[in-house]
Ligand binder design. Structure first.
Ligand code: SF4
Length: 681
């Protein structure tokens, strides 16, 4: 596996430095933050204003769309005005789709040009065609002729180029040969990379964006693997495209970008949100700060410096859920290979158990219920109080998890275990010398059909191997005792899963977000959200995790919702409508933010339905990937509606579009009336 030096700790991938104007990307430089203007590029004053606003909040690279040659010409004036305003140090990037002529104009004026290999020299027709090797070679020659002039001019002018692949806009040639896959994305970029290198041009940065974090993570890893094999070390621009807005947009971005940064990949990032671009920068900054805090040496560490194993058994290029035993935690709640990850919420103390249970009973959580309630039990007194509370309070969850302090022995807990009417999970940390205690607790729960969640450090698992085998895996769950050493908790959980495999255990894994697992925590909600996305979201995208808890969030309802939102972002458990919304740019034909919010209000309850809201017809249909329905700007004031990739209603007045979209969803049997209680109305 050559995509990263270690899956257990962050070892920054060594790349060449690419200069974007005076700004270095990759090499020993920090992670560079970037965003994009949303104004009409030909409105020079507005675009300059937006660029300055972005630079003032910390955006280091500003991208501007150049949808045609007149817009590309405007970049000259935009560059001049920005420089005159004191922002000459902020490089500009022209965003090009389809038009080589626009790229040739833009490269004269700005420091970097982004091309999309899916459409730079191709018109996407979704055509199904069998390409012979000769056909394919002829296509590559055509590509060479189309892309070479830009490469030659960029080399003459000292510009950088980004080869920016998007999952949703692969060319027909790539789609027919490789399919809509991470491999297709990688091959699409490599075709352009080879052309650039044939001209000895190396000012290259690459991206592999997708709206699905799993696809995006796999594509970047595969790209690096391919580049490493060919001794290519170009920097990466990371981003999850069409991530949407609000909490969901931040979570999706953090899962995709964070997973890769923890792997040591990524040199510049963009958090795409369907919000004003300036709101992207604090999120990007927080993500970058967390990742960079794990760099022991900003210049990176050469692969092979670590002793011992550096990789786990997970295939990082293909998603496979870890095979586990099935545990029935209640009559209606199980964990296992066929089950979605279950959500546990922590009550701060036994005294607050009833209040926490009441908060979890909110009608707003009807569709996203906490299934387990975790409560710390430190003493015999706590056990007594617990029994009293449980006797007079309907806790409303599928199971109770008792986090036992060291003072709680099997003898103390046995009467409760024997008499409990519902399923219990005993949660306890075990040091390597405590194998006898582990066996005693495991035996105690097993005798009464309950469960033991053992907190164990990865290095300690071998000490428990015999005891685990003796239990035959029945009733056991494992979770991480603490992040091991200098690594990150994601790496420690990967090591734990590997150690369990080596010990012959297929027990489910519980991913706990706690203060101890934070890469670099603070008490802000954004930090908690990012940490949960990094750890829980990243591990779920690797196929690890059967139970999850966000224990850093003390508000029970918010902890529950955040857990479900992370599960949705990772595609591990779908509890609501999935929105794919483009961030908007100079091509956008309607107000994306208000439209997205309006459509979300009307359709946000359609569990499992995927709706794309895209600002333009030029890129929208291609980029909305695998959405069930699409709402796409067709012309000013006009909307095109899609079912899958097929446009079924053209140029309908925008005022009618919401109702027509809902009618279309009904027509295809995917509509359900909203539950007024769950909606809080
Ligand atoms: S889909 Fe959205 S972000 Fe992409 S080009 Fe069109 S308007 Fe711009």
């Amino acid at each position: 596996m050559s995509y990263c030096a270690s899956r257990f700790r962050t070892v920054r991938r060594r790349t060449v430095e690419v200069k974007v104007g005076a700004l270095g990307v990759g090499g020993a430089n920090p992670i560079r933050l970037q965003s994009m203007t949303t104004s009409d590029t030909q409105d020079v004053a507005a675009t300059v204003r937006q660029s300055i606003a972005l630079a003032e909040v910390g955006c280091e690279i500003v991208r501007i769309t150049a949808p045609n040659v007149p817009a590309a010409k405007c970049l000259k004036e935009i560059r001049a005005q920005l420089t005159a305003a004191g922002f000459g140090h902020v490089p500009l990037v022209a965003d090009i789709h389809f038009l080589p002529a626009a790229a040739m104009e833009a490269v004269e004026h700005v420091e970097k040009v982004r091309v999309n290999p899916g459409n730079y020299a191709d018109k996407k027709k979704f055509a199904v065609k069998e390409y012979t090797d000769a056909d394919y070679a002829a296509e590559l020659e055509r590509l060479h002729a189309a892309f070479s002039p830009l490469v030659r001019r960029a080399r003459e002018l000292g510009r950088a180029l980004r080869i920016g692949t998007n999952h949703g806009s692969l060319s027909d040639r790539i789609m027919n040969r490789y399919g809509d896959t991470p491999l297709g994305m990688v091959e699409s970029a490599l075709e352009f990379l080879r052309i650039a290198r044939s001209h000895s041009f190396h000012g290259l940065i690459l991206s592999m964006k997708a709206s699905n974090p799993k696809v995006m993570i796999q594509a970047y890893r595969l790209l690096v693997d391919r580049m490493q094999r060919e001794d290519m070390h170009y920097p990466l621009h990371l981003g999850v495209t069409e991530a949407g807005d609000g909490e969901d947009g931040r979570i999706k971005s953090a899962i995709g970008i964070g997973s890769l940064l923890l792997d040591g990949l990524g040199d510049t990032i963009r958090v795409s949100l369907t919000e004003d671009s300036v709101y992207e920068i604090p999120v990007a900054q927080a993500i970058a700060d967390k990742a960079m805090s794990l760099w022991p040496d900003p210049a990176g560490v050469a692969p092979g410096r670590e002793a011992g194993s550096t990789h786990d058994a997970v295939d990082p290029y293909h998603f496979t859920k870890r095979e586990t035993a099935t545990l029935h935690l209640s009559g209606r709640c199980a964990v296992g290979p066929e089950q979605p990850p279950r959500v546990i919420v922590r009550a701060p103390s036994v005294g607050q158990l009833a209040a926490t249970a009441a908060a979890l009973g909110s009608p707003r959580l009807k569709e996203t219920p906490a299934e387990g309630l975790l409560v710390p039990v430190a003493s015999a007194g706590d056990l007594g109080t617990l029994c009293e509370v449980a006797a007079r309070t309907a806790l409303g969850v599928d199971f109770l998890a008792l986090e036992l302090g060291p003072a709680i022995t099997p003898d103390l807990v046995r009467p409760l275990v024997a008499l409990s009417p519902g399923r219990l999970m005993l949660v306890r940390a075990f040091a390597p010398a405590e194998t006898a205690q582990f066996a005693a607790f495991a035996e105690t729960v097993r005798a009464h059909g309950h469960f033991l969640a053992a907190e164990i450090a990865p290095d300690d698992v071998p000490a428990f191997a015999d005891a685990i085998r003796a239990q035959g895996g029945a009733g056991l769950v494992f979770t991480l005792a603490a992040p091991a050493g200098a690594g990150h908790a994601t790496g420690a959980y990967r090591r734990l899963a590997d150690a369990l495999r080596a010990a012959g255990s297929n027990a489910p894994l519980w991913i706990r977000n706690t203060a101890a697992t934070a890469v670099r925590g603070d008490n802000s909600f954004l930090s908690k959200l990012l940490e949960a996305s990094f750890l829980t979201g990243g591990l779920l995208c690797d196929g690890l995790g059967d139970l999850v808890s966000i224990e850093t969030e003390s508000d029970p309802a918010r902890a529950t919702t955040l857990a479900y939102n992370v599960l949705q972002g990772a595609g591990a458990r779908i509890s609501k409508t999935e929105f794919v919304a483009c961030p908007s740019c100079g091509r956008t034909l309607f107000d994306l933010q208000s439209t997205t919010q309006r459509i979300r209000e009307k359709t946000g309850h359609l569990k499992g339905v995927k709706i794309a809201i895209m600002g333009c017809i030029v890129n929208g249909p291609g980029e909305m990937a695998d959405a069930d329905f699409g709402y796409v700007g067709g012309a000013p004031g006009k909307i095109n509606l899609y079912v899958g990739k097929q446009c079924v209603q053209y140029n309908i007045p925008q005022a009618e579009a919401d109702a027509r979209l809902i009618a279309l969803i009904r027509e295809h049997g995917k509509w359900a009336d909203p539950d007024p209680v769950a909606a809080g109305r």
